[in-house]
Design a protein around this ligand. Structure first.
Ligand SMILES: *Cc1c(COP(=O)(O)O)cnc(C)c1O
Ligand SMILES: [Zn+2]
Length: 445
């Protein structure tokens, strides 16, 4: 195999290649996003079966950095980076479990949940951040003017950036919408030593500020308009297929906000098909919160245009985004994957998560959005009993304790809790306790 490399090109097809070590986020000709392009011809010199064997052999190995779910596919992700500049916390290889009991209740026998929140900082954002921060480390080692990394965040991006920045010893600046992220998400970058700027605005407002700040080449922009993160995140679809012994599922359902993750999911699966590891594609379902649904509205109009909205406050705070940056890439993916866009109300989100929890999960609100979409597609008969369905759980439920607390108190606006399970408070009286247990066991019998 020849020397592998990747580079930036304009997603809209303007001519020109840019080094991944250049400080550049947009096409200098048209202002569109850049994407990382790989040398597919050289990658294709390796037969599909050899790739499968190589990737399987690396799982959980301690051969740095290949034990990571992202770096185990280094040749496809970011081949030219020096191994000593990789900043990894062995992200990826997340749990994919058979949601047998929930599936049984729905009449879907082959339902699986990909637990991307079981990761270093508790969300899938780690998959992308390991790549971005590694590239920055390599740039800095080569004498680049970059001195710090920065992002605007709905909570999980900043947690991931702060952790990987701290692991690399790179100063990190995060912009958060004040009072709109969970306590866990706020404390993560604080603990990791980032400069945390809580602004009196929403995510889109933070994004505008960070774009200005990063005009100066000394601060590197880590938002998902930076395509390096897509390269790491694209391993999620590859990993799902790998976990099924290289078989393609029928459906993958994913909650979406800025539309980077669904673009990444599509990109990884397309690369697998190009290199002959799979011969068909799953159908994709992108799920939005109804209170922040510009992609859903655009899909209703056949993706003619994106009309940005002012995103309303939603339980699914990580996807409270009104002007998604990766819109164009995501439209291409939906078209290639015969995709469907769904939406979920606050009531549907909270009750879907609670229903799943009763079968042993601990779903974050975004996973609730994806589960709501699943329930709707099953009801409409689009998803059938024998279909293999994967729901992508994007974050760990433990990051959203207040959401669960409020739900079980039935104290969420616009939500009628259908599965509340408040604790029973009572004096330490054995007869009272016996009575309550007996009634409980009768009621669940
Ligand atoms: C970032 C995030 C999303 C949305 O991903 P996009 O790339 O913005 O579409 C969904 N769920 C969680 C928990 C997230 O942190
Ligand atoms: Zn361009």
């Amino acid at each position: 195999m020849g020397e592998l490399s990747c580079w930036f090109e304009c997603v809209r097809g303007c001519p020109g290649r840019h080094s991944i070590y250049d400080v550049i986020y947009q096409c200098p000709t048209c202002g569109g996003l850049l994407e990382v392009v790989h040398d597919v011809a050289t990658l294709a010199e390796t037969p599909a079966d050899a790739w499968k064997r190589l990737f399987d052999a690396r799982i959980h190995s301690n051969d740095w950095p290949f034990g990571s779910g992202v770096w185990g596919k280094k040749e496809w992700v970011c081949p030219q980076i020096d191994d000593e500049n990789v900043v990894s916390m062995f992200e990826g290889h997340s749990n994919l479990f058979w949601a047998q009991r929930l599936g049984q209740q729905l009449g879907v026998e082959d339902l699986w949940v990909k637990m991307c929140g079981i990761s270093h900082t508790g969300s899938f954002k780690d998959l992308g951040m390991t790549v971005l921060v590694s590239v920055v480390k390599q740039m800095m080692s080569q004498g680049s003017p970059v001195r710090a990394v920065a992002c605007a965040s709905t909570g999980d991006t900043s947690a991931a950036l702060a952790a990987y920045g701290a692991a690399a010893g790179i100063p990190t600046i995060v912009f958060l919408p004040r009072n709109r992220v969970s306590t866990a998400q706020l404390i993560q970058p604080i603990a990791n030593g980032a400069l945390v700027l809580a602004l009196d605005t929403d995510f889109d407002g933070c994004m505008a500020i960070v774009k200005e700040i990063t005009q100066d080449n000394s601060v590197y922009l880590a938002n998902s308009m930076n395509s390096l993160r897509i390269e790491g995140q694209k391993t999620v679809g590859i990993e799902i297929v790998q976990q099924f012994d290289w078989q393609v599922p029928d459906w993958i359902i994913i909650p979406v906000g800025n539309l980077g993750n669904v673009s990444a999911l599509g990109k990884g699966l397309m690369l697998m098909r190009e290199l002959g590891l799979i011969d068909r594609l799953p159908r994709l379902v992108a799920a939005q919160a109804a209170r922040a649904n510009p992609f859903y509205l655009s899909a209703q109009g056949g993706f003619q245009e994106l009309v940005p909205v002012v995103a309303q406050k939603t339980l699914a705070s990580a996807i409270q985004i009104g002007n998604p940056v990766s819109y164009e890439r995501a439209v291409k993916v939906m078209q290639a994957f015969n995709g469907i866009v769904e939406q979920a109300t606050e009531d549907e989100i909270a009750n879907a998560a609670a229903r799943a929890d009763l079968t042993g999960m601990y779903a974050c609100p975004h996973t609730g959005v994806a589960l709501s979409a699943l329930f709707k597609l099953v009801e409409r008969g689009e998803i059938a009993r024998h279909h293999r369905v994967i729901v992508i759980s994007t974050a760990h439920g433990l990051k959203f304790t207040q959401f669960k607390v409020d739900y079980h108190k039935n104290q969420i606006d616009e939500v009628e809790a259908r599965h509340p399970n408040p604790p029973v408070e009572l004096p330490p009286d054995i007869n009272l306790v016996r009575g309550i247990i007996a009634r409980h066991l009768d009621s669940v019998a």
